[in-house]
Ligand binder design. Structure first.
Ligand code: DGL
Length: 268
């Protein structure tokens, strides 16, 4: 395979930009093709069948763009569509989800004993984090809480004081009492890291996949001789299923050099 092919990254909306940004920092010579399924967000309140359907369509689109690797930059899709996407991309490209890198970091950390997970309804009802942690570390207790309003509040850029109230209400839930670490089980949540830290007076360990995804992608590309180590910095391509100026503005926050956002109808 030609290493000059792009890396495809997708999410329902802006959350995956936290992942795309992390990958572009670790791998500055790689070209990214991003797809935000703004027409169907939030994914978190959709049925598994719908999330699988959308994810397969986007994966097909990214494969037609020649992607050498695809990142499912969405926990809701990583927890419901991983098997289908693994079959779909078999031998065609590298496939990375956003859950396994966090599981590996957690199980390697002996100080973690009681961990909380917050995520969308789809992610929490799939229970993937708990199952995967328990399979490797039975001594860690895992408490999961669906926080369904958060992704939409972030997408909508709701007033920060309002977001803080909602964050506080969720985090004060009995299920999250006495945890020593919290998994940000939705790629939108790194955007409200400060609000989460405010609730805990900065005294909590947060697990955010952005820290691990770049080095992991680098390792996988290197192993397959697909890593571009130097050369010119590529322009990335950004696609959405429904163009909004909100998304355009958010994209610019992460990728300030003039970005072109294109609407692409891949679902008909
Ligand atoms: N950012 C996504 C996730 O990690 C999706 C949020 C949503 O669309 O509900 O789950």
């Amino acid at each position: 395979m030609n290493p000059n092919r792009p890396i495809g990254i997708f999410d329902s909306g802006v959350g995956g930009l936290t992942v795309a940004h992390a990958i572009s920092k670790s791998l500055p010579n790689e070209k990214i093709i991003y797809f935000g399924d703004t027409q169907h967000l939030p994914y978190g309140n959709k049925s598994p069948n719908k999330i699988i359907y959308y994810s397969e369509k986007i994966t097909h689109f990214l494969l037609t763009k020649g992607c050498k690797a695809i990142v499912i930059a969405c926990n809701s899709a990583s927890s419901t569509a991983l098997k289908q996407l693994t079959d779909q991309t078999d031998k065609k490209c590298i496939l990375i989800n956003v859950i396994d890198p966090l599981i590996n970091a957690i199980i390697d950390n002996p100080s973690i004993k009681r961990i909380g997970v917050i995520g969308t309804r789809a992610t929490i009802s799939a229970n993937t984090y708990e199952k995967k942690i328990k399979a490797k570390r039975q001594d860690i207790s895992v408490s999961s809480l669906a926080t369904p309003l958060l992704a939409s509040l972030i997408e909508e850029d709701a007033d920060e004081s309002y977001q803080q109230k909602v964050v506080d209400a969720y985090l004060s839930n009995e299920k999250l009492k006495n945890i020593d670490a919290l998994i940000l089980g939705c790629t939108h949540y790194p955007l409200i890291t400060q609000l989460i830290l405010n609730y805990y007076n900065n005294k909590i360990i947060l697990f955010n996949v952005s820290k691990y995804i770049g080095p992991l992608m680098k390792e996988k590309l290197k192993k397959e001789n697909l890593l571009i180590e130097n050369g010119k910095i590529n322009k990335h391509d950004f696609y959405v299923s429904d163009y909004t100026t909100n998304f355009q503005e958010k994209t610019k926050l992460f990728f300030p050099s003039a970005i072109i956002l294109k609407e692409e109808n891949i679902f008909s």
